[in-house]
Design a protein around this ligand. Structure first.
Ligand code: HEC
Length: 176
C-alpha cells in the first residue's frame, strides 16, 4: 500500500512535468484518474465562486463569471471524455463501469457541460435574475444553442450547468 501511494505521488509529479500526452503513454490509468479528479475539483472550485453570486449573496461580477465559466468550458467536451479511457477504474476512482456501457450518453453530458458553460460566459453581462426561470425551460426537450443561452439570465444558465454536473454524477459516479 505504501509503495503504491508513493508510486501514485510520483506519477502525479510526472504528470505535472511531462504534460498529459506523455503521462497518457507512460503512467497509464493511475495518472489519468488523478488527472480527472483534479479537473473535477477545479470545476467544483469554479462552481463555488459562481453560486453565491447567482444567489445574490456576493456582489455579481460579470468578468469573474465569464472567467469561471470559461474555465469549466475548457474542461468539458473531449477534454473530459479523454480522461476516461476504457477500463480506467482503480480502487480510488468513483467512476462507474456504466460510463463505457453508455458511452454516448456520457459524451452528451460532457458536451452539454461545455455548451452550458459557454452559454454562461456568453450571458454573463445580462441581468442576473434571481427568479426561477429554469422550470420553464425544462419543459422543452429541444437541445439549446449557445446563442439561445446567451439571451438568458446567467442565474438560469447556471442552473442548467449545475443540473448537468448532478445528472452525470447520478448515472456515472458512485458515492464512496
Ligand atoms: C460527463 C460526466 C460528468 C460531468 C458533466 C461532471 N462530472 Fe464530476 N465526476 C464525474 C465522474 C465519473 C467522477 C468520478 C471520477 C473518478 O473518481 O474517477 C466525477 C468526480 C467529481 C468530483 C470528485 C473529484 C475527486 O477528487 O474525487 C467532483 C468534485 C466533481 N466531479 C465535480 C463536478 C462539477 C462541479 C461538475 C460540473 C461543473 C462536474 N463534476 C461535471 C463525471 C462528471
Amino acid at each position: 500500500m505504501s509503495f503504491r501511494s508513493k508510486t501514485v505521488r510520483h506519477l502525479s509529479i510526472g504528470l505535472l512535468i511531462t504534460g498529459a500526452g506523455l503521462a497518457w503513454a507512460h503512467n497509464g490509468a493511475m495518472g489519468i484518474v488523478k488527472d480527472r479528479m483534479d479537473a473535477m475539483s477545479s470545476m467544483a472550485e469554479s462552481v463555488k465562486t459562481l453560486k453565491p453570486m447567482m444567489r445574490g449573496r456576493t456582489t455579481y461580477n460579470a468578468e469573474t463569471v465569464q472567467a469561471a465559466a470559461q474555465s469549466i468550458a475548457r474542461l468539458g467536451g473531449v477534454h473530459l471524455t479523454e480522461m476516461f479511457p476504457e477500463g480506467s477504474l482503480t480502487e480510488a476512482s468513483e467512476a462507474k463501469p456504466a460510463i463505457w456501457q453508455q458511452w454516448s450518453q456520457f459524451e452528451t453530458y460532457a458536451q452539454e457541460l461545455t455548451l452550458y458553460a459557454d452559454g454562461l460566459a456568453a450571458s454573463a453581462a445580462n441581468e442576473v435574475s434571481l427568479n426561477d426561470g429554469v422550470a420553464a425551460i425544462e419543459g422543452s426537450s429541444q437541445p439549446m444553442t449557445v446563442e439561445q443561452l446567451a439571451l438568458m439570465p446567467p442565474a438560469d444558465v447556471f442552473g442548467l450547468l449545475t443540473k448537468n454536473c448532478a445528472g452525470c454524477h447520478k448515472t456515472f459516479r458512485s458515492k464512496k
